[in-house]
Design a protein. Structure first.
Length: 95
């Protein structure tokens, strides 16, 4: 698997923005993901990164796309992601 595109990615060294903690609150996740996606916006590797995440069922923000966006686009059937989405929705409804 060729990952040369990662060497030029804008996100190198910024892992905390692209992968949040499991128990992250909805508002915090949205803010963190917006910041991550802004970094992706001008990245020369955005398309390769997005494709990599789609093909490998990655978690977090990859290529300007979050887990739910990949799931909604049909690129993941991972029950873990579905479960996390339901938990987030339930938390958002309580807030």
């Amino acid at each position: 698997m060729n990952l040369e595109w990662f060497e030029n990615a804008n996100c190198k060294g910024k892992t905390n923005l692209f992968f949040g903690p499991y128990d992250e609150k909805v508002a915090s996740r949205r803010m963190r993901e917006r910041q991550a996606k802004r970094i992706c916006d001008g990245c020369a590797s955005i398309y390769q990164c997005r494709q990599y995440a789609r093909e490998n069922g990655e978690l977090g923000v990859w290529g300007g796309e979050g887990e739910e966006e990949r799931f909604d686009a049909g690129f993941s059937n991972d029950p873990f992601i579905r479960r996390r989405m339901k938990m987030r929705e339930a938390r958002a409804n309580r807030q």
